[in-house]
Write a protein that binds this ligand. Structure first.
Ligand SMILES: Cc1cc2nc3c(=O)[nH]c(=O)nc-3n(C[C@H](O)[C@H](O)[C@H](O)COP(=O)(O)OP(=O)(O)OC[C@H]3O[C@@H](n4cnc5c(N)ncnc54)[C@H](O)[C@@H]3O)c2cc1C
Length: 445
């Protein structure tokens, strides 16, 4: 019986992208997807970051048939409605076809796709993983759980935001995308490529419990409170799904990794679920490749866990600050549960700074950090600081650590730039110093 290098459970964006990368890196990969494609899926608004990721994966065609953004009507901070101009990189897709295109690309890259094939709970056997199917058992050295919120491999998860439910439906007709607020919800709506319009209301679960007898009525009431959806028909077929942000407590081990929504979910306010799912798939692929190639396992596991944690907490901070900008209903429990002020911005650069001696900020450190280099994870010295979303090993193409070694004692910036001229051109040295100062990583001594 075949023992696969990797078994991926789930053919959403995370599963397909991870399987595709691993197949291209030379591994024998099988992917199980329980539903025939194309299948419907919420999460149609793709943030600007998705396009470059698809380019890296060699899949720009996956956005064929997408609908470019035409701007969004936003009523968030107060009662004024403003039109936020379109970002040319943001699009809306039919997730049925988008996910289908990604899975087809994985198959074309050599992944053995079993579909429809529902995986049972995977178990560790004497020679690796055993994944039960209806009439078969698959064996694999490594398991990638890409089953979305189902998290087929189990384990515990911690909420990173308040429990949230989404009420949603779609109707024929277009109209501009919009985001609005009410006392008990925020609502989002956008036209879809097939000519339909989907609108969602995000609420606390206790509100739904109190109105469980008439979900459609509650849904329309919530849209009404925003004052932005007056042109809609009264559709009665309203679906409910979980939209709580959480992170899995154990996303990676030496033979198992969770990717995409199996590893963590974001508040839908970020509109970055697919973006993050693709990012985590690519991080997982270098992690699995490092482990299967007998590379630095500890570095690989730490890299994956750290990059997942950083993404989840960066989004949680951004989301809370965005809820905090809302004024009108800020004293209502729905808004109080979600809002938190943003962290203080770093101290700005002042004109006098370049003439004073500088040193590294107290909380800054240069530490060995797992980084992807090519297709493998290895340790590199990188700069860490609470204000940095991730450790920084390189500025442009130059390693940062040797530059920071010159700060073994406080030095005037002019001296520092002179020392750095051995490593990089003057304009880059200046830009690096400016960046370090503006982020509060270099401070006057
Ligand atoms: C209400 C709501 C609105 C959202 N809006 C947006 C948005 O506007 N933009 C955005 O980018 N993101 C959005 N998201 C998030 C986005 O949908 C997800 O982040 C994205 O789908 C995650 O991809 P994934 O591959 O991890 O999981 P999924 O896309 O959920 O794929 C998981 C796959 O695993 C399969 N599967 C599950 N169990 C098994 C099994 N036992 N055997 C075989 N196959 C299995 C499923 O059939 C599915 O195809 C939203 C989420 C919610 C809840």
């Amino acid at each position: 019986m075949t023992t696969w290098d990797v078994c991926v459970v789930g053919g959403g964006p995370a599963g397909s992208a991870c399987a595709l990368r691993l197949a291209r890196l030379g591994h024998r990969v099988v992917l199980l997807e329980r539903r025939p494609f194309p299948r419907p899926h919420v999460g149609e608004a793709l943030s600007p970051g998705v396009r470059p990721l698809l380019d890296v994966l060699g899949l720009p065609h996956a956005l064929g048939g997408s609908l470019p953004s035409r701007g969004t009507l936003v009523r968030w901070e107060d009662t004024a409605t403003r039109l936020v101009p379109p970002d040319p990189r943001a699009v809306t897709v039919d997730r049925g076809w988008f996910d289908h295109a990604l899975l087809a690309a994985a198959r074309a890259a050599g992944v053995s796709v079993r579909q429809p094939a529902r995986a049972g709970r995977p178990r560790r056997g004497p020679a690796g993983w055993e994944v039960p199917l209806r009439h078969d058992v698959l064996r694999a050295r490594f398991l990638v759980d890409a089953s979305g919120r189902h998290r087929i491999s189990g384990g515990t998860a911690t909420a990173t935001g308040p429990r949230t439910l989404a009420l949603h439906t779609a109707w024929p007709g277009g109209g501009p995308a919009r985001i609005g607020t009410g006392p008990q919800a925020w609502c989002w709506g956008a036209p879809l490529p097939d000519g339909a319009f989907r609108a969602m209301a995000f609420v606390d679960p206790d509100l739904l419990r109190r109105h469980a007898f008439d979900v459609a009525r509650l849904y329309h009431h919530l849209l009404d409170t925003t004052g932005l959806f007056a042109d809609r028909p009264r559709v009665l077929d309203v679906a409910v799904c979980d939209a709580t942000a959480y992170r899995d407590d154990d996303p990676v081990t030496e033979d198992h990794v969770k990717v995409g929504e199996a590893a963590f979910t974001l508040d839908p306010l970020t509109s970055s679920g697919v973006d993050s799912a693709l990012h985590s798939a690519m991080a997982a692929a270098v992690t699995v490749h490092t482990v299967l190639s007998d590379g630095d396992r500890a570095a690989a596991l730490a890299f994956y866990r750290d990059s997942r944690d950083r993404t989840a907490s960066r989004h949680a901070t951004w989301t809370a600050a965005h809820y905090d900008r809302h004024q009108r209903y800020r004293d209502q429990p729905f808004w109080r549960r979600r809002a938190a002020p943003p962290p203080a911005p770093p101290r700005p650069l002042t004109p006098a700074d370049p003439h004073r001696p500088v040193r590294l900020a107290d909380e800054a450190a240069v530490v060995p950090t797992p980084c992807p280099v090519g297709d493998l994870v290895t340790l590199r010295r990188a700069l860490t600081h609470p204000s940095l979303p991730a450790p920084v090993a390189h500025v442009a193409d130059t390693e940062l650590a040797p530059l920071l070694d010159h700060l073994d004692r406080p030095r005037p910036i002019a001296d520092l730039l002179h020392a750095w001229s051995a490593h990089l051109p003057a304009h880059q040295a200046e830009a690096t110093a400016r960046w370090l100062l503006s982020r509060g990583l270099l401070v006057t001594a």
